[in-house]
Ligand binder design. Structure first.
Ligand SMILES: Cc1cc2nc3c(=O)[nH]c(=O)nc-3n(C[C@H](O)[C@H](O)[C@H](O)COP(=O)(O)O)c2cc1C
Length: 403
């Protein structure tokens, strides 16, 4: 049968030879309802070079795409920009099959690959700023530690003005379209923001430094080729601007109200708070963790200025759905937020105190008195929730104005 998989030409000398995962729905706790791609790239230089590989079960798809233009045994070098298993899972098998002259990774990448595979393959470390001749063209390497693993690095192909950016500027989106200009802009921005919020957000200060470092290299870009999702060739400036915006974490006039409830009392409180915020001109997102996923909460918090969280008390604790999302959000380290807590209880009422404590751990500034209500909120309790919303709105406006 004819090979159904083809390589896709992305520049004069580079082909996409990755794999499309239409069915993956979970990446270490981040839900991916639209699947993903594992991008690998083939540089058709004098020394044919493969940039990254794919998740282990997708090895044959990658090999088939490579074979559509060249015999895999012709590959001389393999570069591992990021050693996480979705990009390196089939690397040991590929090395055995292709027997390349050199496999290269960052200094930490070499160590990490050893710790992942415990094999005898020789991997050559490349340092920040080092270059590699491919004969008729050259690669340059830049360490991008903690974006988003310690081993991460960028590889730049000056001849095609192409940056291989590993997970940076990527998104989890399975498509047969390979380029940004083939996908509508709103989808691109939503998926890139979701990816940033769920993967890159904790490293925002490092992202800002890395963007400066890239600017200082004088590298010019016609194409940015990440390890997931489409290749950027139309509006590279836009995705770089978005990364600057997301990494800056400036306070905005948006509040996210996140809660969970058993018998709808906390839900009533959440609605009163949200309505008061909206009445005061704040953009509001209301998320019930009984229904929403933690990844959606992360997406909404990315560009928010206030985080208001609610839970009823269950067995002297917050509800498990709230424990889940609060643990997740705490790890993502959103910055510059104000907030408050609220919730209903029956007798001991620990949930609001506990939520407030988590907000403080997250360095969220408590900007309004929290509201804790025994059983179903009456008119007075609903009024307190309304006041909470109004106070947060006023504080948020002051913070945005002082930005
Ligand atoms: C299984 C169960 C355990 C509960 N445990 C506690 C508790 O330890 N302390 C407390 O104050 N209330 C407890 N409650 C009472 C609820 O917090 C109370 O009914 C509250 O109004 C529920 O608010 P909700 O409708 O927003 O979930 C418990 C309720 C249930 C159903």
């Amino acid at each position: 049968m004819k090979n159904i998989y083809s390589a896709i030409k992305i520049t004069d000398n580079v082909y996409w030879v990755g794999a499309i995962d239409w069915t993956i729905r979970d990446f270490h706790g981040y839900t991916t309802p639209h699947g993903s791609t594992y991008n690998a790239y083939l540089i058709m230089a004098d020394q044919i070079t493969l940039i990254d590989t794919v998740k282990a079960p997708f090895k044959d798809e990658m090999l088939a795409r490579i074979k559509s233009i060249v015999e895999p045994s012709q590959i001389k070098y393999i570069i591992s920009n990021h050693s996480e298993m979705d990009h390196s899972g089939c690397l040991p098998e590929i090395i055995d099959l292709i027997k390349p002259e050199k496999v290269l990774a960052s200094v930490i990448g070499v160590k990490t690959l050893k710790e992942l595979f415990h094999d005898q393959h020789e991997i050559i470390p490349v340092k920040d700023g080092e270059t590699l001749s491919l004969g008729n063209m050259e690669l340059a390497f830049m360490e991008t530690r903690m974006i988003h693993w310690p081993d991460s690095m960028f590889t730049y192909l000056a001849k095609d003005e192409l940056l291989f950016s590993q997970d940076a500027f990527g998104m989890h989106l399975a498509t047969l379209e390979r380029f940004d200009d083939e996908i509508d802009a709103a989808t691109l921005e939503f998926e890139a923001a979701t990816y940033y919020a769920n993967i890159v957000l904790p490293y925002s200060p490092i992202v800002l430094k890395a963007l400066d470092k890239v600017a200082q290299t004088g590298w010019t870009f016609k194409v940015v080729a990440p390890d997931h999702g489409p290749v950027w060739r139309k509006d590279i400036g836009r995705i770089i601007e978005l990364y600057k915006k997301w990494a800056s974490q400036k306070t905005t006039n948006k509040a996210v109200v996140i809660y969970a409830t058993m018998w709808h009392s906390t839900e009533k409180m959440a609605s009163a708070i949200s309505e008061a915020l909206a009445e005061a001109g704040v953009k509001v997102k209301l998320l019930s963790m009984n229904e929403f996923h933690r990844s959606e909460a992360a997406y909404e918090v990315l560009d928010a200025g206030a985080l208001i969280v609610g839970s009823s008390t269950l067995n002297n604790n917050i509800l498990p759905q709230m424990a889940d999302v609060m643990t997740y959000l705490k790890g993502l380290k959103p910055a510059n937020l104000i907030g408050a807590a609220f919730g209903s209880f029956g007798w001991s009422g620990e949930s609001v105190r506990d939520l407030e404590a988590i907000l403080r751990e997250m360095k969220v500034e408590i900007a309004a008195p929290s509201v804790s209500v025994r059983n179903v909120p009456n008119e007075g309790a609903m009024q307190l929730c309304h006041e909470l919303g109004k106070t947060i709105a006023t504080q948020l406006k002051q913070k945005v104005d002082s930005n």
